[in-house]
Design a protein around this ligand. Structure first.
Ligand SMILES: Nc1ncnc2c1ncn2[C@@H]1O[C@H](COP(=O)(O)OP(=O)(O)OP(=O)(O)O)[C@@H](O)[C@H]1O
Ligand SMILES: [Mg+2]
Length: 231
C-alpha cells in the first residue's frame, strides 16, 4: 500500500551570509494513513520548517516528497494548492480565527459559507463543533470565547474537509495546563473520528508522548525515532 507521506533524503537550507545553513538534513520519513505522530525537539531544530514542507507551504532544497501517492516536486503552484486543499488541514498555536465571523462561519471559512448554509458541509461543521464541545456556541464571535474554545473552533475548521493529513504546530502551546489537556483530548478524538493522520509538533512530550502511535525527535535538522520508543 502506498504511504500517505514519504520523504526520502529531504533537506532544506537557507542562505546565511555567503553560505547555506542547513535547517533539515537528510530526513527520511514514511507515514501510513490514520496514524498519529509526535515530533518534538529543541527550539530552532526545524520542526515548523518540516511541518511547512509537509503541508506544501514550503519547498525542500533537495530530496523527494510523495504526498498521498503524488510526487510533489512535479506539481505547479496551482496543483500544489489543489493538493493542499484536498489533503491537508492545519492547526496553529495561535488559533487565527476571523474576528468578524461567527464560530460556525469560521469553521465553514474554507468554503463559501453562504453556500455552506444549505449544504452537507454545514451539517459536517455542526457535527465537528459538537465533537469539540461547542454545540451551543455556533453564533458566538471568537472574542467571546476562551483560548481553549477558540482552538476547538480552529480544530473543527481544520477537519471540515476530512483531510488525510492534519498538521498541528504546538496546538496547545498557548493554553494553560488543564485547558491544554482538554483540548489535546478533543483534538485526538476529532482526528480519530475523521480518520486523519495527525502530525503534532510539541515540546510537551509528557502530554503527547503517551497518546501517539509514533514519536520522533528533531535535533539540529536530523529526524530520528525517539529514544526508548520501539518502532
Ligand atoms: N525562511 C527562512 N530563512 C532563514 N532562516 C529560516 C527560515 N525558516 C527557518 N529558518 C531558521 O531555521 C531554523 C529552524 O526554524 P523552525 O522554525 O523550523 O524551528 P522550530 O523547531 O519550529 O523552533 P520552535 O520550537 O522555536 O518553534 C531556525 O534557526 C530559523 O531561524
Ligand atoms: Mg516552530
Amino acid at each position: 500500500m502506498t504511504a500517505l507521506v514519504r520523504l526520502v533524503g529531504l533537506s532544506r537550507s537557507v542562505p546565511d551570509g555567503y553560505v547555506l545553513r542547513p535547517i533539515l538534513r537528510d530526513v527520511d520519513l514514511r507515514l501510513d494513513y490514520r496514524t498519529s505522530v509526535l515530533i518534538s525537539g529543541p527550539s530552532g531544530s526545524g520542526k515548523s520548517t518540516l511541518l511547512n514542507i509537509l503541508g506544501l507551504l514550503d519547498r525542500p532544497s533537495a530530496g523527494s516528497y510523495w504526498l498521498d501517492g503524488v510526487d510533489v516536486a512535479a506539481l505547479n503552484d496551482d496543483e500544489r494548492s489543489e493538493l493542499r486543499g484536498g489533503v491537508v488541514g492545519f492547526v496553529f498555536q495561535h488559533f487565527h480565527l476571523l474576528p468578524t465571523l461567527s464560530v460556525l462561519e469560521n469553521v465553514l471559512m474554507p468554503s463559501d459559507y453562504t453556500v455552506g448554509r444549505q449544504s452537507a458541509l454545514r451539517d459536517r461543521a455542526e457535527d465537528l463543533l459538537a465533537i469539540v464541545g461547542l454545540a451551543d456556541r455556533f453564533e458566538s464571535k471568537p472574542m467571546f470565547l476562551s483560548g481553549g474554545e477558540q482552538q476547538r473552533v480552529a480544530i473543527a475548521r481544520a477537519l471540515l474537509r476530512e483531510p488525510k493529513l492534519l498538521l498541528a504546530d504546538e496546538p496547545t502551546g498557548a493554553l494553560d495546563g488543564a485547558t491544554a489537556e482538554e483540548v489535546r483530548g478533543l483534538l485526538m478524538a476529532a482526528v480519530q473520528e475523521v480518520g486523519s493522520t495527525a502530525v503534532l509538533v510539541s515540546h510537551d512530550v509528557a502530554r503527547y508522548g503517551p497518546v501517539v502511535d509514533r514519536h520522533f525527535t528533531l535535533v539540529d535538522g536530523r529526524l530520528t525515532p525517539a529514544e526508548g520508543v520501539p518502532r
